[in-house]
Design a protein around this ligand. Structure first.
Ligand SMILES: Cc1cc2nc3c(=O)[nH]c(=O)nc-3n(C[C@H](O)[C@H](O)[C@H](O)COP(=O)(O)OP(=O)(O)OC[C@H]3O[C@@H](n4cnc5c(N)ncnc54)[C@H](O)[C@@H]3O)c2cc1C
Length: 279
């Protein structure tokens, strides 16, 4: 049997977590959890619906940072003027997730909590140098996103710990691009994805790749050559990045295909950035 509670404050939530029988699951949009339950991967358990807790929602600018609540939906990310201005890469990551129904329900916290290297908000958040806010009711901590993801389906989340928010610096003039390859253009899990955030050419530059290693990976060598040479370093960066990723072959793709297309996607994203802001 599944028992569901819908607390209205973080205090109420953590009291329930303490008092109710395990196993526990947080329920945000339910677009992953309900599928896992339907597939029989989740048995009798206690679920805590997060959607009535107003502290977990909203996007704001605070002390030079953009802060977004964990239950912010993908659709809210796409439509937010703050995200459009300070995280265009995240707009592009969120707008390709699922279809309209999934984007309307699915949340950024749920996307990260799964620990999937194919989660489409993760590479964009790496390029923004985001931090993940975590709380167990007694202790709140902020982890760089690269320390949050440990391995496939393994995160730094401790039992009973909740993702409360994400935050990243509000960089003026930032541009961004995200592209992915999947079985289809939409409703498909990424086989490979590349995210880039940049200010100028390139005062700030971060590149991150999804689905090509157990966690999302940055590409420090490709970044360095582009910082040094600007777009003149494009060929070299696309060559270098193929050796910076560590893909495997699985049911969705082969390691060789993933390696080769990482370079192709990097070129496309950088050429798109070079031709000016998309929106
Ligand atoms: C048809 C379909 C298409 C999809 N397409 C894509 C796609 O293109 N790209 C993509 O990346 N994903 C895709 N997904 C996966 C899913 O929609 C996303 O990962 C979504 O962001 C999950 O968020 P949610 O709020 O629905 O999570 P939920 O299902 O509510 O939760 C997922 C997991 O995270 C935990 N959790 C949720 N919130 C928190 C929190 N704040 N703190 C700690 N743990 C938490 C839950 O306990 C659960 O274990 C798709 C899913 C479906 C069904």
């Amino acid at each position: 049997m599944i028992t569901v509670f819908r607390p209205e404050t973080p205090g109420e939530l953590f009291e329930l977590v303490k008092s109710q029988p395990a196993p526990h699951y947080f329920l945000a949009g339910g677009t992953d959890l309900l599928v896992q339950h339907k597939d029989g991967a989740i048995g009798p358990s206690t679920w805590f619906d997060l959607t009535a807790i107003s502290e977990l929602t909203g996007i704001r600018q605070e002390d030079g940072k953009i802060v977004l609540g964990a239950t912010t939906t993908h659709d809210e990310l796409v439509r937010s003027p703050l995200i459009q201005r300070y995280a265009p890469v995240l707009v592009q990551g969120a707008e390709v997730i699922g279809g309209p129904q999934i984007r309307n329900r699915g949340t950024v916290g749920g996307n990260l909590a799964n620990g999937s290297p194919a989660a489409d908000t993760a590479p964009p958040l790496y390029t923004l140098e985001a931090e993940v806010g975590l709380s167990n009711g007694q202790r709140t901590r902020w982890l760089p996103i690269a320390d949050f993801f440990l391995h496939v389906r393994k995160t730094a989340l401790e039992p009973g710990e909740l993702i409360t928010a994400l935050r990243f610096p509000a960089r003026e003039g930032i541009q961004g691009g995200f592209m992915r390859l999947g079985q289809r253009r939409s409703q498909a899990i990424s086989k490979v994805s590349v995210a880039v955030s940049a200010v100028g050419r390139f005062d700030y530059l971060a590149i991150a790749c999804g689905s090509v290693a157990p966690t999302v990976v940055r590409a420090p060598q490709a970044e360095a050559i582009l910082r040094e040479q600007g777009m003149a370093g494009l060929e070299e960066a696309c060559r270098l990045i193929r050796d910076e990723v560590k893909p495997i072959s699985d049911v969705r793709s082969t390691a060789d295909y993933r390696r080769a297309t990482t370079g192709v996607l990097l070129r496309r994203v950088l050429e798109q950035l070079d031709s000016g802001p998309r929106r």
